[in-house]
Design a protein around this ligand. Structure first.
Ligand SMILES: [Zn+2]
Length: 80
């Protein structure tokens, strides 16, 4: 099951792993750069491969992980 992300209004940390929901919850309003750093660290704790610089976040199965509200990749946009 792929790791998802979800936005919450209040929690103790910027990004928290929720094993029950297979979800990383992130704090709404966090700067995207901090968010990516925190989520990337969590993903690596969970056994995901290290992403190459600029490649974005990667699930332990190799699929991309999108942050809440993140724009789809440019390749997807052409299908609209
Ligand atoms: Zn996956």
């Amino acid at each position: 099951m792929c790791i998802r992300t979800a936005e919450v209004d209040e929690q103790a940390d910027t990004a928290i792993w929720d094993p029950d929901g297979v979800t990383i919850t992130v704090l709404r309003g966090t700067h995207p750069h901090s968010l990516i750093r925190e989520v990337a660290a969590l993903l690596q704790d969970l056994g995901a491969p290290s992403p190459s610089p600029g490649a974005g976040l990667i699930c332990h199965c190799g699929e991309p992980v999108r942050l809440p509200g993140e724009e789809p990749a440019a390749a997807d946009a052409t299908t609209l």
